[in-house]
Design a protein around this ligand. Sequence first.
Ligand code: SF4
Ligand SMILES: [Zn+2]
Length: 284
Amino acid sequence: MNIETKIKETIQKNKLCNKKEKILVALSGGKDSTVTAYLLKKFGYKIEGFHINLGMGDYSEKCLEAVKKLCGELRIKLHVYDIKKEMGSSMCYLRSAIQSRKSLKNCAICGVIKKWILNKEARKLKADKIATGHNLDDEAQTFLMNIFKGSPELSANSGAITRNISDKKFIPRIKPLFYVLENDVREYSKKEKLPVIYDKCPCAIDSYRIQVRKFVDGLSNEEKMNIIKNMDKMLGSQRDDSSKDDSGEPKIEKKETKINYCEVCGEPSRNEVCKKCELMGVNS
Ligand code: SF4
Ligand SMILES: [Zn+2]
């Protein structure tokens, strides 16, 4: 099955979005988010782009240029969030300040802050969904990382669409590339000559994910797909004929995650203080 058909099928089977919704695509400048935006636009969805300029020197400049080029060529409205202007410092500085107090990897910190920004800004822009470019390899890595850390429950809300969270302040996240192998995304982006930055992020050097990535890279495509199939099964989201509801539609098991609002910033959080405020030491 080619990548376009696979993504269409993922969107339909998992009811990721419809053509009336406003979808904000989180654009990094990399191949995955670029292909996500390109195909959602091609399929006729109402999308806008959102880019976080992390202020990480030349790399961030190149990413911003690529995103601007893509949005210009495809006529996608682009919103740029400049972290230096909005939060007072670049991601490198924010991260070093946090790492002087907590022993955490670069991506763990960056990921929490980016998610916080995305949800908050998507809500301001009245987006119905946030689309990210996570592919099958990313998801297999995350699932294995959670298992290796002894916390498989951290994958409970994973899937092509965020599950089990319904809250007016939380914007659901969708991953149209969830069932697409990374190599297929790379090939497609080259075939379509999309403006993509293929360089790796310079700050990902010490990431635990890189170790897991090496392991996943050594697996066959079938083995990678089996990880995702089993993850779906374990999480009770496998749609099959034996689980249809009264209307004949496949049923998704639901176990709602309780959402609070962060006492400091007011954003949705599982705990009294959200992860971003906890990291930034603004919990008092
Ligand atoms: S690779 Fe890691 S540090 Fe770089 S942008 Fe992504 S999450 Fe942030
Ligand atoms: Zn907070």
